[in-house]
Design a protein around this ligand. Structure first.
Ligand code: NAD
Length: 453
């Protein structure tokens, strides 16, 4: 999009917002219904686009994208009236008579910048929240998921209100240009590096930002865990999307007594999910770009493969790899892996594992496999993260009522369900005062009037 087209599009969105039409319940509902229509009618086209982008199967797109997006739309449709209701606030006796409430109002024209790894959801779930909150929205899907970006652009222009909602397709340079414009809120999903740039650009306009970033989410497997289930669930969560999931378990911390058995069970799980040669499995995606492929190929050297690690440069294939003998100081343990490599570290006492987790930056998620409630409480209390899940992984992000987001370096701000509605609204504090009573004590002169606590 040229600079003048950006300006024109933003002018159009701003003018629409000024008319006030996006604030009405009827408009919000109609756009949510339109988005649902797009999703239902174009489901096959969407799945095909995601497959073209990085070889992800239609089944996985259903499980991790379309089904969740549909749920978010349904949840917004079901709850919108309630979310929009002003909330009454108590007025103390000495400020009577008056009626106080808070009302959530839309920011105005907001920008949503999506990442490529769940290319539909990361652009359209924030759109659901932003529309539910009554905003005009410019969506910038990731250029790396090129085909999905096209489907989103076509879908929004065909199904939705083009006066209020638009798509901007472009790469990093275009986005830098876009961020020179003033928005009323920027919602960003992506890397910490780009998040910093987005925040700097937004600061020039004093625009509030929500940053959904990444991090190294640990998964602790204690010696009392049900190892069969743990192995299957860890393998599923790690190698889904070929490890390119922001809340994937980044590394394992396994109790020394459980290590051998868990490793064997995980190898079995890989074979049962993807066969002996995962390259032939229709359910195993590819790495999104050459840059990421080269980065991951380099990280493979940081451990001894228990299984996997074969690579195929032309198709950007990396076999699901479990690595042991990993030095905690090695590059693979310094930043988010974001690919199908799973380093396994061991511990002998839970305190040792927790100290290790606490040494790192706060991640998006902390996972734990254990049968014990006291271990569960101990790990929950001793760590910090955007989300926490025991005896499973990823599902904390699938429950619409659980706010989703990071803490510290993994980002700030929450969305999904009501949290998303709130993220795209500002709180307006409203007080209706009665003209009666109007006592003299509040007005000067104060001499002779008694004030004390
Ligand atoms: P990325 O930061 O490279 O790109 C994300 C988006 O930002 C893209 O639309 C891109 O065009 C844009 N962008 C890139 N550089 C920019 C810049 N300098 N200025 C403005 N915009 C810029 O990230 P990615 O490779 O698409 O996604 C991977 C990262 O995203 C991982 O770190 C992952 O953990 C994180 N992620 C987080 C979540 C979450 O919900 N917290 C979800 C998915 C991915």
């Amino acid at each position: 999009m040229e600079r003048h087209t950006i300006t024109e599009t933003l002018q159009r969105l701003r003018e629409t917002f000024r008319t006030g039409r996006t604030v009405s319940f009827a408009w919000r509902r109609s756009q949510l219904l339109a988005l649902r229509q797009f999703l239902l009618e174009q489901e096959a086209i969407i799945a095909e686009a995601v497959t073209l982008d990085f070889g992800k199967s239609a089944a996985e797109t259903f499980l991790t994208e379309t089904e969740f997006l549909r749920g978010e739309i349904e949840s917004a449709l079901r709850n919108l009236k309630r979310w929009m209701k002003p909330e009454r606030v108590h007025v103390p006796l000495h400020y009577q008579f008056g009626r106080a409430s808070v009302r959530r109002e839309p920011f105005g024209v907001v920008l949503v910048i999506g990442a490529w790894n769940y290319p539909l959801n990361l652009s359209l779930v924030p759109l659901v929240s932003a529309v539910a909150a009554g905003n005009c929205v410019l969506v910038k899907p990731s250029e790396l998921a090129f085909h999905t970006s096209k489907v989103i652009a076509n879908g929004i222009s065909r199904y939705m209100d083009n006066g209020a909602l638009a798509v901007f397709e472009g790469g990093v340079e275009d986005t830098v240009l876009l961020l020179k414009e003033r928005f009323d809120c920027v919602f960003f999903t992506g890397s910490q590096r780009a998040g910093r740039e987005v925040m700097l650009a937004a600061a020039r306009h004093l625009t509030p930002v929500i940053l959904e970033l990444g991090g190294k989410s640990p998964c602790i497997v204690h010696n009392d865990a049900s190892l069969g289930v743990a192995a299957r669930r860890i393998v599923w969560a790690k190698f889904l999307n070929a490890g390119q999931t922001c809340i994937a378990p980044d590394y394992l911390l396994v109790h020394r007594d459980a290590e051998e058995e868990l490793l064997l069970l995980m190898q079995k799980a890989i074979v049962s999910f993807y066969g002996t040669n995962p390259e032939l499995s229709p359910d195993y995606p590819r790495i999104i770009s050459d840059t990421h492929f080269t980065r991951l190929e380099e990280l493979l050297k940081d451990g001894l493969p228990v299984t996997g690690g074969d690579v195929h440069k032309e198709s950007r294939y990396i076999a699901p790899a479990i690595l042991r003998d990993v030095n905690p100081e090695a590059p693979i343990m310094q930043s988010e892996i974001f690919g199908p490599l799973l380093p396994v570290l061991t511990y002998t006492s839970l305190d040792e594992a927790l100290a290790f987790v606490r040494k790192g930056n706060d991640p998006l998620a902390v996972y734990l496999f254990s049968a014990s409630a006291s271990v569960r409480h101990k790990v929950l209390d001793a760590t910090r993260s955007g989300g926490f899940c025991t005896n499973d992984l990823l599902f904390q992000s699938a429950v619409h009522g659980l706010p989703f987001g990071g803490v510290g370096q993994s980002g700030f701000g929450r969305y999904h369900g009501r949290a998303g509605y709130e993220a795209f609204s500002y709180v307006r504090s409203i007080l209706y005062r009665s003209v009666f009573p109007d006592p003299d004590i509040r007005y000067p002169p104060y001499a002779g009037k008694k004030f004390s606590l």
